[in-house]
Write a protein of this length. Structure first.
Length: 285
């Protein structure tokens, strides 16, 4: 988890007399209580929040598997299913569930309350981690330095067989981590986002425009019609790929990239992705 968690906690200690609050707890007192009880962070209020509904943005709101969730702070899996709350281009979201860098806790599986995500035109769904830009725009009016914790995305219908997008790290030096999104193809956790259902709801078309530099909501979009879909994933074959592309999928599995692609040059600072949530463009009734 990014160091912002530590900063918030220290701030709360420094200003206890002012009833310090933050976006992850209902009061500063809860933060201190969590620490005094030996918790890994502060108590989460994500279970009290609800994802938006009813305007063409469908949130993955059901948690199927989150083995290391303990309901406290950034280890509360409810934070991955309570809606999307970006904090802007230069700040990571705090409404997140942190994955481990190895083992069963390195993945989370979500779904959309008993419905399937359907294939549609363009981006079918967007995954929101909490990357943020570092520095300023370069001369080409883009950003080339992002604090990121790469994520691998797979989808399926039975919790056993998964199809992914064949993610690829293309830096000329494969042994060096570079936080430039151009080198991280078909990963999530790469693109910052400004979409926030509470403070910056945006229009549906803006949300599904992931070009954050030119006014879109950001996040990492995935298209079932992508030619790279079905070229990776445990148990993925031609039949499953064709079925998903024709009829959609039920489950989404989000994993720390280092866990699946162990050769990636991901150090401990970039190995624990923080999942804010997933939205889809179309689902069956």
């Amino acid at each position: 988890m990014k160091t912002i968690q530590i900063s918030i906690i220290l701030f709360c200690f420094s200003f206890m007399s002012f009833n310090c609050e933050d976006s992850k707890s209902s009061s500063g007192a809860e933060s201190l209580l969590a620490l005094s009880l030996g918790g890994s962070g502060f108590l989460s209020s994500c279970d009290l929040r609800n994802p938006e509904t009813g305007r063409g943005i469908f949130v993955a709101d059901e948690i199927i598997s989150a083995p290391t969730s303990n309901g406290i702070g950034f280890k509360d899996s409810d934070c991955s299913a309570d809606g999307i709350r970006g904090e802007g281009k230069f700040n990571g979201s705090l409404d997140v569930y942190s994955l481990e860098d190895s083992g069963s806790g390195s993945s989370i599986i979500l779904r959309w309350s008993g419905v399937k995500v359907l294939p549609t035109s363009g981006i079918d769904f967007i995954v929101y981690e909490n990357p943020f830009f570092i520095g300023v725009q370069n001369n080409s009016n883009s950003f080339d330095n992002v604090f990121m914790e790469p994520v691998i995305v797979e989808v399926g219908n039975d919790l056993t067989n998964w199809c992914g997008w064949d993610p690829e790290y293309t830096n000329a030096d494969p042994n060096t981590f570079v936080g430039n999104p151009i080198y991280w193809n078909r990963f999530a956790g790469i693109t910052p986002f400004v979409y926030n259902q509470d403070t910056n709801p945006m229009t549906v078309s803006e949300v599904f425009d992931t070009d954050i530099v030119n006014g879109g909501g950001g996040g990492d979009g995935f298209d079932l019609a992508d030619s790279n879909f079905g070229n990776s994933g445990n148990g993925c074959n031609g039949t499953l790929k064709a079925n998903i592309q024709a009829s959609g999928f039920t489950y989404i599995k989000i994993s720390a990239a280092k866990t699946i692609l162990s050769a990636l040059p991901i150090d401990s600072a970039h190995a624990n992705p923080d999942i804010d949530g997933v939205i889809a463009k179309s689902v069956n009734p």
